[in-house]
Structures are given as structure tokens and as C-alpha cells.
Design a binder for this molecule. Structure first.
Ligand code: DQA
Length: 139
């Protein structure tokens, strides 16, 4: 099974960025533990701060992978292009947010991605990514 994980802007700073909201673990450290937890899954990880690069990567993995786990970060709330890219691909998508976007500022309650995804995991920390992998494995 091939699963792609795509993270959007500022998620490269996990571990130092607003740790009271996003926690103290780096994504690299978490990703190592994720690979150990799911040894049979072939993971591909991509992070970018640039909207168009995220669209390119969604298109690149979107016709050959078994699942896409995406945290578009701030672009969740602003990017019609990322929402359109997710609607355009064949790979099933789960949207993940580390924080609970429904319990924060109002502008974070709008997502251009949710309606095009199978489901949304929000507010469960980095564990949300692992839960999304479990869902794809059971599918
Ligand atoms: C986030 C929530 C977004 O509102 C925010 O812009 C992020 C991270 C999350 O994982 O909780 O950068 O997607």
C-alpha cells in the first residue's frame, strides 16, 4: 500500500512553532515513528510553503497512490486551487489538522478541502496522521 503525506506551509517548523498549539515534536521524528508503526506501508512525504508546489504534488501522487493524507495548513482556508486539485484526482484523501480548527478563530472554520475529502481529522495532534493511515489500511 502506497500512502502520500503532504504538509502545507509552516509545518516544516513543527517542534518549535507555537508549541502550545502544535506540540514539541518535529515532523521528521514523528514520521520515523509512523514508518515503524506501519512497516508494510510505503510512505512518501512532501512539505512545501508554496501553494503551486502543493498543487503539483497532489496531481503527481493523485492517480497512483492508495491514499493521500493532507494537511494544507493555512491554505486549507484560502486555496481554491488546492480544493480543485483534490477534486480532480482519483486517490482518496483524508484532511488532517493537528489543532482543532473548529475551536479556534472563525477564519479557520472554512476549509476548501473538507467537502472533497473522505473525512477530516482535526484536533488530535500528530496522532491524526496515524489514525488516517489506519483508516486506509482497513479500507
Ligand atoms: C493547521 C491549522 C491551520 O489553521 C493552520 O494555519 C496551520 C496548521 C493544523 O494542523 O492544525 O498551519 O492545519
Amino acid at each position: 500500500m502506497k500512502i502520500a503525506i503532504i504538509n502545507g506551509p509552516n509545518l516544516n517548523l513543527l517542534g518549535t512553532r507555537e508549541t502550545s498549539i502544535y506540540g514539541a515534536q518535529t515532523f521528521d521524528a514523528f514520521f520515523e515513528s509512523l514508518k515503524q508503526k506501519f512497516p508494510t506501508v510505503e510512505f512518501h512525504y512532501f512539505q512545501s510553503n508554496i501553494e503551486g508546489e502543493l498543487v503539483d504534488e497532489i496531481q503527481r501522487v493523485g492517480f497512483s497512490y492508495d491514499g493521500l493524507i493532507i494537511n494544507p495548513a493555512a491554505y486549507t482556508h484560502t486555496s481554491v486551487a488546492i480544493g480543485d486539485a483534490i477534486a480532480a484526482i482519483k486517490t482518496p484523501v483524508i484532511e488532517v489538522h493537528i489543532s482543532n480548527i473548529f475551536g479556534r478563530e472563525d477564519f479557520r472554520k472554512l476549509s476548501h478541502v473538507s467537502a472533497k475529502s473522505i473525512g477530516v481529522i482535526s484536533g488530535l495532534g500528530l496522532k491524526g496522521y496515524a489514525l488516517a493511515v489506519e483508516y486506509f489500511q482497513q479500507d
